[in-house]
Design a protein around this ligand. Structure first.
Ligand code: ZN
Length: 475
């Protein structure tokens, strides 16, 4: 058999095994794993390199409409370009509905933004902000059947937060349709209460963003979300967990046999609330929700990863430019942290940070790294085994890594649409040097070689993790 490409001489790692072998690629798929595979159109020498499944970042925000005057810094072109440089072969952004909007129209609008503009493959989660009868009764079930098999709901944010009743109604649709529910767990009223008091006391600097949403805000909402899901007997993904108390709520649910899953992000491993205390407005660069906390919370998130309470490690890439009146330095933001756009960039730095701090420092194995950054995302969101692993028949979505390369993260190295990285100056060992999507290089030797539009939209199966436990009949 002649292959299009053979990646020769590398060390392949999957979520379960590490082995020396060559990878034969034909028609965009992995066609053979072995030695002496024969001839190919191109032989890629990976001697001394790691050959890993391309990263799947299942929590990113691209081209998402924001409040008036605020513009997200990445569209699908720049966001997927940065993702590719960071060793990713697929991202899952959110198609965000606003109140009164047709969910189908929202999804169509996102296709219009994405189609023809992506460097790597994409699929969409939906965000349900309007839990009306029409949306839940007609639009949502049809969309789930069309391959949009996961959606997120918010317990906070003006215009997005759902009431407990609305969350229950959404969860019931998920149970009936087999979709997976993701939830942003923070208590909206508690944040409003604290924000009002902080503002009245003149405590309006960016650092008070963290003060306005302390750990109990997240822990309570996490507990409540789990309780609501238990009531409906529907699986639940708690996204971007930042601390021990929320992590332990998830662990307790898992120990009870509930299908509750957890995700954490780089900002909760290597940033703290101190980063929000920068002079003038510098702290705005780190404003995201939940906020980074402290060293003990960082350790808790490592515990959650090591003990498999968290199955996903995502970036929550939510990019705004810093020195920009339509970004972090929006004039209103100077009057209160309340108006500073929430979110930080990170799609390009997610993998190097976890590789260096996790694998490099012996906290997790290389196979756990692959699981947390690729395989589990594919399994969780209905993409496996087409995506997320190196196996015969899977898409040839591959990242080649130099495990010894030392890099000091700097904005000058980044490829997204923002003007800063929250990880400026952070030193890592290990860097993705090439990214291949469906057998074609997108990034190679530090250069973008793939064409815009090569990345495709991928329709998803229903997640096997979304099957109810069958503990409670839904009346
Ligand atoms: Zn997010």
């Amino acid at each position: 058999m002649a292959f299009d490409t053979i990646i020769r001489g590398g060390t392949v790692a999957t979520a379960s095994d590490t082995f020396a072998c060559d990878v034969g690629i034909a028609a965009g798929r992995i066609a053979a794993l072995g030695a002496d595979l024969g001839s190919a159109g191109e032989i890629v020498d990976a001697t001394g390199r790691l050959v890993l499944p391309g990263g799947i970042d299942s929590h990113v925000h691209l081209a998402q409409p924001s409040v008036p005057g605020i513009v997200m810094a990445d569209d699908f072109e720049s966001g997927t370009r940065a993702a590719a440089f960071g060793g990713n072969t697929m991202v899952l952004p959110f198609a965000l509905q606003r109140k009164g909007q047709s969910l189908r129209q929202v999804v169509n609008d996102y296709h219009a933004k994405a189609d023809g503009n992506c460097h790597i493959d994409v699929s969409f989660h939906m965000i349900i902000a309007d839990a009306s009868d029409r949306v839940l009764g007609q639009e949502l079930p049809a969309l789930v059947n069309d391959g949009y098999t996961s959606f997120k709901v918010f317990m906070t944010y003006e215009g997005l937060a759902l009431s407990d009743l609305e969350i229950l109604n959404v969860m019931a649709v998920a149970r009936e349709t087999g979709a997976l529910v993701m939830i942003h767990a923070e208590n909206y009223d508690a944040i409003r209460f604290l924000t009002d008091r902080l503002e009245r006391a003149g405590k309006t600097a960016p650092a008070f963003h963290a003060t306005s949403r302390p750990i109990p805000v997240e822990r309570e909402a996490t507990h409540r979300a789990i309780s609501l899901a238990e009531l409906v007997d529907v699986p639940l993904m708690i996204v971007h967990v930042s601390n021990r108390e929320a992590m332990e709520e998830i662990r307790r649910a898992q120990q009870k046999g509930l299908k509750v899953y957890g995700e954490t992000c780089p900002q909760y491993l290597v940033l703290t609330a101190r980063d929000l205390e920068g002079l003038n407005m510098e702290g705005a660069k780190y404003v995201c929700s939940p906020p980074p906390r402290d060293a003990a919370s960082q350790q808790a998130c490592w515990d959650g990863l090591q003990q498999k309470v968290f199955s996903l490690f995502s970036s929550d890439h939510c990019p705004f430019r810093y020195d920009d009146p339509h970004g972090k330095l929006v004039p209103r933001g100077r009057t209160s942290f309340r108006w500073v756009p929430n979110g930080i960039p990170g799609v390009e730095t997610r993998l190097p940070i976890l590789f260096s701090e996790g694998v490099g420092r012996g906290r997790i194995s290389l196979n756990e790294f692959v699981a947390l950054t690729a395989t589990n995302h594919a399994k969780t969101y209905g993409l496996y085994p087409r995506k997320g692993t190196i196996a015969v028949g899977s898409d040839a979505d591959i990242a080649i890594w130099d495990a010894a390369r030392e890099v000091t993260i700097a904005q000058s190295l980044m490829h997204d649409g923002t003007d800063y990285t929250p990880y400026e100056g952070f030193k890592v060992t290990g860097w993705p040097i090439a990214t291949m999507v469906r057998g074609s290089f997108v990034v190679r030797d530090g250069k973008l070689v793939g064409a815009k539009g090569f990345g495709r939209y991928v329709s998803r199966e229903k997640s096997p993790l979304a099957v109810p436990a069958g503990r409670v009949p839904l009346v």
